[in-house]
Every structure is written in structure tokens, then in C-alpha cells.
Design a binder for this molecule. Sequence first.
Ligand code: NDP
Ligand code: MG
Length: 390
Amino acid sequence: MGVTLKNIAILGSTGSIGTQALDVVCAHPELLSVEVLAAHSNDQLLEKQIDEFNPPIAVLSDIAAYERLRARRTFRSTKLFGGRRALIDAGTFDGVDIVLTSMSGFAGLEPTIAAINAHKDIALANKETLVAAGEIVMRRAEECGVKILPVDSEHGAFFQCLNGEDRRSIKKLLLTASGGPFRGRAQSELENVTVDQVLAHPTWNMGRKITVDSATLVNKGLEVIEAKFLYGVDYDQIQVVVHPQSIVHSMVEFADGSVIAQLASTDMRLPIQYALTYPARIDSPVERLDFWSMKALTFEAPDPDTFRGLRIAYEVGRRGGSAPCVFNAANEIAVGAFLDGRIKFLDIYRVIEGVLDRHAIVDSPTLEQLIDENRSARSEADKIISALEH
Ligand code: NDP
Ligand code: MG
């Protein structure tokens, strides 16, 4: 298959996924060209990235960061924009073929919808967008004829296992999970874990928010909801399987009993590259699996009583409407408070449950309603956190 140059917009270029995407671009300058770099507040790193990649457009959505960079530098071939509106528009420019949504959190929703409305394909890392507004995003993508190409390693694995298969023959999506740093621990052992212990993920090196989510298993819960929207299956058809080695990135069981798995080393550059160059498979620098020296690949059931983030995610997913959006919002605020040392690890669940208890679910919400629900869930979460602090 002929491989043609793709012009990409990277929204969240200063993060873990964004910087690894730029590594992929560096390895394939003849195939990938950076049209837009957008970040939030890290003006110093964005400045370096502009110097290296010379994109026609760059954005800092945090106004103070934008003002700092503008006061410090002018760029010969890059136009710099600032503010939230500039971020929302960042993926919509004429020259862009595909938008990598690698910003974190609900803040990614409006830029993603704007890019879809502008008929851009989406390489989707920002799972919170699909959790909060999966129906709206998938419907809009279908109406606009755009592809949503998953970057999340598990969903990238499903995507590859399903290549050429009839989606109606899916029996189960087997979503693998490393189990995080506290796999096998009892709840009583988790009450006083520190931020550093939570951030020491056994297999993946990621941004701080998703690393906390991996320890609570909220990340796996978000991924269950993400998989539901991407592949149109029922929640009963998504089974989480703990696989501590993170070599099998996920599997699909088909109607006839066959299971197809995708395996690779734990390196996000691979799913990022596949989403950006799809349908082409090209060379990559990731470490190869050596099956002669590989130790055991093991599988076990998750513990949704200790790590109840997963159970809550199934509940809100099945309930639908605004429930997943509120779950996500409460979690984002709770994780921020945990990282700031304001609440304990297990309080993250207490905040999520408290916000969900107080929330009246809206069925079939519009985008505007979801934006409102997100805002009020965040302020509810803030109130619960203040009470927990005292
Ligand atoms: P990071 O925290 O490393 O990076 C987040 C990026 O988003 C930064 O570029 C940051 O900009 C930007 N950002 C932060 N807040 C805002 C905001 N309010 N508005 C706009 N942009 C903002 O996160 P990751 O790279 O780890 O994760 C990014 C997304 O990818 C998440 O949705 C995550 O769930 C998903 N993902 C990540 C994986 C990983 O391996 N890291 C794996 C699978 C999915 P700045 O730094 O300039 O402030
Ligand atoms: Mg994942």
C-alpha cells in the first residue's frame, strides 16, 4: 500500500503522549509533518518544539503562558495563538489531515468535536472525551465521515485484532490491565499509600493523572466505557483481564471461540504511530519481543471490591446519560486533590461516589448540558474534598 505524507495537529504536544508522538514524527519525517502544536501552560517546552518542528501554527491555551512566550520570542514561520478558543480551533485548519488528541481530561472534548466538525480524522488518546460524550462524539464522527483511530494501547490492540473482521462476530472484548502498583493488596493496605508509591507504575511511564487512574483502576473503567463507544458492544461483552506483564495489549474473542491477541513491548510510540500512519504499517524503533527469553505471560481476574473504580465505571456506563461524564469529572478533581496532598488515596473513591450520589442523571444530554454537568460535578467534588480535609 502506498504511504502518503500526513499533516498532523498535536493537541497536548507537551505531555507524555504528545512528546512521544513527536519522537514518531522525528523517525518518519517523510511521512508525518507537524502542522499544529498545541499545549496548555508549558511555554518553555512548546518553544523548543516550535524551534525543532517549525509548525505553521502553535497554541498555548493558558493565557499567562501565551503572554510569557509572546513577550520572549517571535518565530519566523510559526503563528502563535493564545487562549481556550484557540485550542478549540487548533485542529480545524485547512492543512491538517489528522488530529492527535493528547491533551488530558474533559478539556479535550470541545477541541475534538471542533476537529470532527472540520472533517479531520482523529487519533484519539484523550479517552475522557469518549467517556464524557461517547454518543455525541461517535455520532458526529459518523455524520462527518471521519475516522476515530484509537491511541490507547488496549483499544489500538482491539483495532488491530478486528482488522478485516465483521464486528458482528465479536463475542467478547478482553481488555487487559496491568493491575497497577497495588495489585494483590487489601483495602486496609491502601489507606495510607503515598503519591510516590502511586506514581511508581510497574510497566508504563505515563502522565501523572493517568498513572493515578491506573492505581485506582479508574483508568480501566474509563477504558471499558471507551471500548463500548468505539466498538458498539454491550458492557456484558467487555471483560477485564489482569495481565501484569503488559505484553498482550488486549484480545478479541470471536463467535467461533477463536481469540486474537495483539502483543508488543510496552512502548506507546507503537500505538501512536499506527494511529497516525494507518492503514500503513511501517518500521519503528520499539524494542522487539524475544519469545526465547520471555518469561511467563499470566492472566487473572481483577479485584473490583478493593479497586472499586472499575465497578463504578461499569455502573455509570450501564446507566448512561450524564452519569459517565459526572464520574469522569469527579475523578479528575479527586485525582488533582490527591496529587496535591489534600486527600488520601482511597478518598478518590469517596469523592466519586459522593458526587454520583448527589447527581440527578440527565438522559440523552446535549453537548451544552454535558459541559454544565461537568462543571457542577467538579464544584460538588471540590465541596466534598474540602469536607474530607477537615
Ligand atoms: P500529560 O499530563 O503528560 O499531558 C497532558 C497534556 O495536556 C499536556 O500537553 C498539557 O499541556 C495538556 N493540558 C493539560 N491541561 C490542559 C487543559 N486544561 N487544556 C488543554 N490542554 C491541557 O498526559 P498524558 O500524555 O499522559 O495523557 C494525555 C491523554 O492521553 C489523557 O487523556 C490520557 O488518558 C491519554 N492516554 C495516555 C497514555 C500514556 O501513556 N501517557 C496512554 C493512553 C492514553 P501543558 O503541559 O503545556 O500544561
Ligand atoms: Mg490504556
